[in-house]
Design a protein around this ligand. Structure first.
Ligand SMILES: Nc1ncnc2c1ncn2[C@@H]1O[C@H](COP(=O)(O)OP(=O)(O)OP(=O)(O)O)[C@@H](O)[C@H]1O
Ligand SMILES: [Mg+2]
Length: 355
């Protein structure tokens, strides 16, 4: 049993409040991703779990036991950082073994665990090398290995892939996902990268300014964002957010009107000021007379499997994802329609989703 929970946790540095009243339950065996913009308190939350920062208020529990007053070494956690933090003068084997030696694990048990971790990570042939003779990806794998040999109740990852190039990042991301699934160790993974969050997390916690905005599976967070911030933070290119007013059966923006489907109608009241959310994949080129949006194409990005189109209509700038076959040219005026059922509505004042 090694779930993890925050109960009314607050963190202040002097008079500056960084985290307010954080409540979160992370299940046993779960990979929970904490995601949010720079400075929102992700690392601070993780460091409080590890015991590297004090908790100003509230409690943190691991496996049902409050750990607030436990020293980091007694918390049964292992942490992987962005900077691999390997000992440069030690071989890979010695780096992997070091924490176990400190804990007085017997030599044969140490050798067994190191061999097993090296096997899992596919680096058995690298054990006698020094860190300087490894690639960045291999170094990060040693750092992960060092966490594995500890056999902790919880893994903590703080942006472990940030130092890797794009291709290696994608590969290592899949490796960590697979590793976590194999070992089943409860894990908290911090990133500012929403693609990492979506691809790795069993659930995602979206944070902003030290407060949780939404907790849910990647799908829930993508399909039912709790507010305009989450809607725009999760998904690339981001969701289009356009101010509008509910008038009769339509949503009137400054430059076009969208039909309100029966599904969406009823969420907003007549005259209400709202924000309409449109995912880029829900905008389509449409040459029929009924197409509600006319926009001038600004930039076209053909990516291969899809084409991203930036266009403007009056005051609004829109981004759309088209099929690679239907590629307009910059400067052209195109007509677009929207999947009416797929619209999101947010209150203009509170920014909360109207459900
Ligand atoms: N020791 C400290 N003293 C004062 N303020 C701090 C301290 N450590 C962090 N902060 C502040 O707390 C806030 C949250 O920092 P934190 O490192 O948790 O952010 P983060 O979400 O991990 O951001 P990033 O994505 O940039 O790593 C920031 O505004 C930061 O300046
Ligand atoms: Mg951080």
């Amino acid at each position: 049993m090694s779930g993890l929970s925050f109960h009314n946790v607050a963190k202040r540095f002097g008079s500056v409040s960084v985290i307010e009243n954080l409540n979160l339950d992370i299940h046993d065996h779960e990979l929970m991703v904490l995601v949010g913009p720079s400075g929102c308190g992700k690392s601070t939350a993780l460091r409080m779990i590890a015991g590297l920062e004090d908790v100003s208020d509230g409690t943190i529990s691991i496996g049902g036991r409050v750990v607030n007053d436990l020293a980091p070494k007694d918390r049964d956690i292992a942490m992987v950082f962005q900077s691999y933090a390997l000992y440069p003068h030690m071989t890979v084997r010695e780096n992997l073994e070091f924490g176990l030696r400190m804990r007085k694990v017997p030599a044969d048990e140490r050798a067994r665990r190191v061999a097993s971790a090296a096997e899992i990570l596919g680096m058995s042939q690298l054990l006698e090398r020094k860190p300087k003779d490894l690639s960045g990806g291999q170094r990060q794998r040693v750092a992960v290995g060092r966490a594995i040999v500890r056999q902790p109740a919880v893994f903590l990852f703080d942006e472990p892939l940030s130092n890797l190039d794009a291709k290696l990042r994608v590969q290592t991301r899949a490796e960590i996902t697979k590793l976590q699934a194999t070992l089943g160790t409860t894990s908290v993974y911090v990133t500012h990268d929403q693609v990492e969050a979506m691809t790795m997390g069993h659930r995602i916690t979206v944070m902003r300014d030290g407060k949780i905005q939404q907790v849910g599976t990647p799908r829930e967070v993508y399909e039912k964002p709790a507010n305009a911030f989450v809607a725009q933070f999760i998904g690339t290119p981001p969701m289009n957010l356009i101010p509008a007013t509910v008038i009769g059966d339509s949503l009137q923006t400054s430059s076009f009107a969208l039909p309100l489907s029966t599904k969406v109608r009823g969420r907003g009241v007549e005259g209400q000021r709202v924000i309409v959310g449109i995912r880029p994949e829900h905008l389509h080129q449409d040459s029929s007379d009924r197409a509600p949006i006319r926009a001038a194409v600004d930039v076209v990005e053909p990516i291969g499997h899809e084409t991203i189109v930036y266009a403007s209509t009056g005051a609004e700038r829109l981004v759309a994802i088209f099929d690679p076959g239907a590629t307009p040219r910059a400067g052209e005026t195109i007509a677009m329609s929207v999947d009416a059922e797929a619209l999101h509505l947010f209150d203009a004042e509170t920014q909360e989703s109207l459900r």
